[in-house]
Ligand binder design. Sequence first.
Ligand code: 3PG
Length: 415
Amino acid sequence: MRGHSLPFYTMDDFNFDGKKVLLRVDINSPIDPKTGKILDDTRIRSHAQTVKELIGLGASVAILAHQGRPGDNDFTTLRDHSELLSKHLGMDVNYIEDIFGPYARSQISSMKPGDILLLENTRFYSEENLEKVPEVQAKTFLVKILSPLFSLYVNDAFATAHRSHPSLVGFPMVMPSAGGRLLQTEVEILSSLFEPSSKPCIFVLGGGKVSDSVQLMETLLSKGLADKILLTGLVSHLFLIARGSNVGKATTKIMEGKGLFSLLPRAESLIKKYGETIMTPIDVAFLKEGRRVEAALDGIPDNSPIYDIGESTVSKYSELLKNAKTVIMRGPAGYIEDPRFTRGSEGLLKALVSSRAVSLLGGGHLRAISERLNIADKIGYFSTGGGAFIMFLSGEKLPALEVLIASKQKFNSER
Ligand code: 3PG
């Protein structure tokens, strides 16, 4: 897809006048674990343009989206999202507490041009959480029941394009489909900005999606795309253990609860094969009597989890960032929902903007911190994607993009 015209339909390829459009977006947002409130609405803002354009072109739009994963703290309804979307659009958004049941269907059937519905969190429907090939996802109830109600499907969810879920890969199999404006922009910009030849290229990987990070590291390292990978966040704890460090009982318990020890053999084999190309923290921060405290690896306590990287790690990583030509950063370095643990992420972002590297950042958390620090305008590009962003840059195929390409071939004559 790099450097070529797009191989899937975009919104320029269809007439939307009077059409009912099913629009998939990614408004999955960080949620305050205590109040349940949305902490950052970047993704919601980013999709507003696509919705406005579709409405301006004469369509009515029903929106499908997810929030969190079953079992996680941030797995919740889309009520607050609908209010924020409505605010950013300056238009009414009708929040429907249903996905494809009778209530949702009757609301969709009575949509008129200009109407906007936001359907409930698609992941409340169990089949949405299973990764299967598009041919199978096209036969799920979600796709079978909703697809006849719409003329067109638009996927604007670049940030979830690495998932092969029914709402992402099922619909393009059965109906004419296009990539939305945000998805199109992400693909075009990332294709043009990232040149594997821009070396040294450093990846800084953090955040909570450990299994995704391990998979990405395997790809990046085996293809020689990363000259260094600097680890922070939960994934760094796994690699510290792989290096023989004791991360303390509290952190170990969290990792056990998330089933992360099954990834240990893969982490050990990456360390064995790539050694110091993979960097892990040399100090960490945790809570002691309600305050942030830092310690080297031999001082990690048993009674508080690790919540951030420490100052020495920030300095060590910052030195490396100085000499990079390209820096690709995804996920925060610590538990930034708590203001005591934003320092690691802030330190790395400051080091990044004072280096001469071209910077590409993924995920909403880092954008929110950069905006707070007033350095957002010094970052090369923010992608709304985290996992999808890195996977795209590592040249992996993203299922939701692949199926849009297949859909273009399949529905070639139906425009
Ligand atoms: C993301 O935040 O990376 C996307 O919304 C995908 O979410 P997921 O990792 O829970 O599938």
